[in-house]
Design a protein around this ligand. Sequence first.
Ligand code: PCA
Length: 200
Amino acid sequence: MKKLLLTGFEPFLGFPINPTDEIVRALDGKTIGEYVVVGRILPVDFSESAKQCLEHFNEVKPDAVLSLGLAAGRSKITPERIAINCRDGAEDNRGVKLQDSPIEEEGPAGYFSTLPIRRFVDVLVEKGLPATISNTAGTYLCNNVMYAVLHKVAQDGLDVCAGFVHIPASHELAIAHPKLPSWSGSDLENAVVAMIEVLG
Ligand code: PCA
């Protein structure tokens, strides 16, 4: 059986919950398609998130990595096309704010996702779940984790597909932040399951 490292994030920036945390906990240990899911939650912390993600990677030795993050305000599931070598944006959960900071001093400008993102979108839409490719994962923690995993895979020459998918807010979050578009928790989870099934 192949192993999938599925990551989510803790709550951040005034959002009382992070739906990725709930999905990862729900799917941890499940077998989906050809994969057994190993779920891990990452901190929203510039000095820790990529480090911890790579520690999980080394421990799990996954065949594929699917990382999830909340993109509050987006209305669709958005597989990310590219991660860029930059950290910038709001304060993290430890109060650290970075500007124009490279993730890897000597690293390339960016990495394309090696997940089948076009197929993800096609399958989700066929199932009636709105999805579109996103061409920016931003410069916050989600981009940081996506870049760090793809950098490791490239540096070590590993046969592991990896990438990142942003998901919309859940209804629970939209109750706390009424202007946010939102999905039900079960639709969000079904979308993640459908993407894992695409992997094999
Ligand atoms: N979303 C943030 C960080 C944690 C999360 O779930 C992001 O898009 O970078």
